[in-house]
Structures are given as structure tokens and as C-alpha cells.
Design a protein around this ligand. Structure first.
Ligand code: AR6
Length: 205
């Protein structure tokens, strides 16, 4: 059932805005999965029903990696909005595997969905936590009427998740969203992460 189109025009145009190397797969009759290299802070579809996912930490007040990039691009209002998210335990706004939503402020999307993945070498059953992170983002996005969602490679940076294993979990979990979204995107910053995602998508879709 593989259905792969390659949008060479974007690459030929020089890409940019997270659209270079854009590969499109069908996950249902009404829903497609796009895998691209790029900076997720530049990504948007319509600014009204689109959301990017942030790979945050449990404090949910910013950090390094994609989290730092998202907070820088959104402006200080994002941190202020995160600060108002209720703590579930002292200093913890978003436990691992859960998700929270905020407005996106200066970003070109309507919302940011913050999630926290597992630390691969430390946490028990990281595969369960990583799957829960993707699932809870999808659930929250659906409840918030998001039609277009973009994910980074959650836990594949500082948190050390091996790319191939993370790709299998990420892609198989978004395949469950089957028709919930018009488009699900993975916007991947590194070539080897992008290659791992593309390889798994070609196997799974
Ligand atoms: N757009 C898309 N992907 C990006 C971007 C970007 N602008 N910048 C980095 N990445 P990481 P984690 C990729 O470390 O492993 C933070 O300090 C990056 O290359 O951001 O879940 C948080 O505050 C990698 O492939 O997130 C937490 O403390 C992927 O995003 C901790 O790191 C995820 O890398 C979370 O660690």
C-alpha cells in the first residue's frame, strides 16, 4: 500500500522554511504524512489550525535544542504562558509522556504543543513513554481542532534516543491518527535523523 510522491519542486526552488527534501506519504484517504528536513520554528500551514510540537522538559519553561529555538522564536510571552500551566508536582508542569498546549505568540502557527520524551539511558521503558508522548500530542491537538501538526524528533537530541527506534515509534504512532489531521509533518533538523525517518516510512507506509 506504499504511496510515495516526491515533491522535487521544493528542493529545486532551494527549499528553505523546512520544505527541502519533502516526502509525502498517504496515511488515510484524507490524511497525509510529510517528512522533511528543516527548522520547525519556520513551519506553518495557515496560522489558525496548525500546531508545532515542542520536545520540552518536565519544568516546561524552555531549555536547549528545539525547545530553546521555539522559545526564542515565539518570544518571552511563550515562557509566561508556560509559567501559568499548573504544576502537577513541585516544578513539574508536564510529566514525561504527557502533553500541554499553549498559544504560539510570534511563531507563524496557532499553537505549540509541549511534550516531554524519555531520557533513553535513564528511564524505564522509554519506548512506552515515547509512544505516549506522540499519542498525547495527537489527542490534545485533536481536542483543540488542529488540522495540521508538525513534530520534531522527540528525545533524539539531548535525551539520546536512537534514531531508528524512535522513527519506528513516531511513524507507527502517527499512523494511528488516521484521518484526525489533514497533514502530519515531521520536521527534522539533522540529515541522519531525516534518513532514519524516511527509511522507516518506506517500510511502514
Ligand atoms: N527544528 C527542528 N528540530 C530541531 C530544531 C529545530 N529548530 N533544533 C533541534 N532540533 P532536543 P530532546 C532537533 O535535544 O532530545 C532541551 O534542552 C534535534 O536535532 O531538542 O527531546 C529540552 O529543554 C533533535 O533531532 O530534544 C529538554 O531539556 C531533536 O530536535 C531536552 O532538550 C530533539 O532534540 C529534551 O531533549
Amino acid at each position: 500500500s506504499a504511496s510515495l510522491f516526491t515533491t522535487l519542486s521544493m528542493a529545486a526552488n532551494g527549499g528553505g522554511g523546512g520544505d527541502d527534501g519533502n516526502k509525502v506519504f498517504k496515511i488515510s484517504s484524507s490524511s497525509s504524512l510529510k517528512i522533511q528536513r528543516g527548522d520547525i520554528t519556520k513551519w506553518s500551514i495557515n496560522g489558525t489550525s496548525d500546531a508545532i510540537v515542542n520536545a520540552a522538559n518536565e519544568r516546561m519553561l524552555g531549555g536547549g535544542g528545539v525547545d530553546g529555538a521555539i522559545h526564542r522564536a515565539a518570544g518571552p510571552e511563550l515562557r509566561a504562558a508556560c509559567y501559568t500551566v499548573a504544576e502537577v508536582r513541585l516544578g513539574i508542569r508536564c510529566p514525561k509522556g504527557e502533553a500541554r498546549i499553549t498559544p504560539a505568540f510570534k511563531l507563524p502557527v496557532s499553537h505549540v504543543i509541549h511534550t516531554v520524551g524519555p531520557i533513553y539511558d535513564i528511564d524505564n521503558h522509554p519506548e512506552v513513554t515515547l509512544r505516549n508522548a506522540y499519542r498525547n500530542c495527537i489527542k490534545l491537538a485533536k481536542e483543540s481542532n488542529i488540522d495540521y501538526i508538525a513534530f520534531p524528533a522527540i528525545s533524539c537530541g539531548v535525551y539520546g534516543y536512537p534514531y531508528e527506534e524512535a522513527a519506528t515509534i513516531a511513524i507507527s504512532t502517527v499512523m494511528e491518527s488516521d484521518g484526525d489531521f489533514k497533514e502530519v509533518h515531521f520536521v527534522l533538523f539533522e540529515d541522519d535523523v531525516y534518513d532514519a525517518w524516511l527509511e522507516k516510512a518506506n517500510v511502514l507506509l
